[in-house]
Design a protein around this ligand. Structure first.
Ligand SMILES: [Zn+2]
Length: 255
């Protein structure tokens, strides 16, 4: 991702879920961020991508019909996307289109996409997210750079950013720091909160397996956080709002 020479199309493979969405967001940020080693995570573009409000990052997902998600991504959606891709970006130097569940594009939709991949407008990039590459037409696949969503954004100590901040706050033992941390995240979306819980869980596992450094939590502290993330995921399943979840974490992170 640090390479500044960029391709127009990426195929991001991995199981559907917050980890893959997060990887797509990271990749989009890397494509838009102007820092020497993108994504820097701090510039306007990075922040907006992370918060899901960047006007030049456009998600294409299955549409709803009668309250049900359609089975497929339809050709009309892809045509609409490629028509939009011909227009100049709003504020970044490029526009990034993320097709979630690209493996749900029907054949017609894939052929429409293929045209855009063969002759992409100079400023447009496409990220196709799919469970497996072979669900896509070989002609589409061959025009994409493949990346695996399983390769989480590895920081030098092997932890993703969200989890790192939380674990460090937890390890500090400072209630004010934890409350502040949680307050600042109360506006995350459900998806981002899911991603947060997943990242903390992964980080805890990595520390327990010796793959990452313990920021000072100790075994009991790590197990406590793993339990809290169980609770968090359970609350998310029961539609508890992120704001309340971070309220809970503010109260319960310290035992
Ligand atoms: Zn940046």
């Amino acid at each position: 991702m640090a390479e500044k020479r960029l391709s127009h199309a990426y195929l991001l493979t991995g199981p559907e879920g917050p980890e893959r969405e997060n990887a797509a967001r990271q990749l989009a940020a890397a494509l838009l961020c102007a820092a020497p080693e993108p994504p820097c995570g701090r510039c306007r573009d990075c922040r907006k991508v992370r918060e899901g409000v960047h006007p030049d990052v456009i998600w294409v997902r299955r549409e709803k019909k009668d309250e049900q998600l359609r089975r497929e991504i339809l050709v009309g959606q892809i045509r609409q996307m490629t028509a939009d891709a011909a227009l100049a970006p709003n504020e970044a130097e490029r526009k990034v289109y993320i097709v979630d569940q690209a493996d749900r594009m029907n054949q017609q939709a894939q052929n429409a996409l293929l045209k855009a991949l063969e002759d992409p407008p100079g400023h447009a990039c496409f990220i196709l997210c799919a469970a497996a590459a072979d669900a896509l037409l070989p002609t589409v696949r061959s025009r994409c750079i493949r990346t695996d969503a399983g390769g989480r954004d590895q920081r030098d100590d092997g932890m993703s950013e969200l989890a790192k901040g939380y674990l460090e706050a937890a390890a500090s033992g400072d209630r004010a720091e934890i409350v502040l941390y949680c307050m600042n995240r109360a506006k995350l979306s459900r998806e981002e909160t899911e991603a947060f819980a997943g990242q903390v869980r992964d980080a805890v596992r990595d520390v327990l397996c010796g793959r990452a450094r313990d920021p000072g939590l100790g075994r009991d502290g790590l197990f406590h956080l793993a339990e809290l993330m169980d609770k968090t995921e359970d609350y998310l399943r029961h539609n508890v709002q992120p704001k309340q979840i971070f309220g809970l974490l503010a109260a319960e992170t310290l035992r």
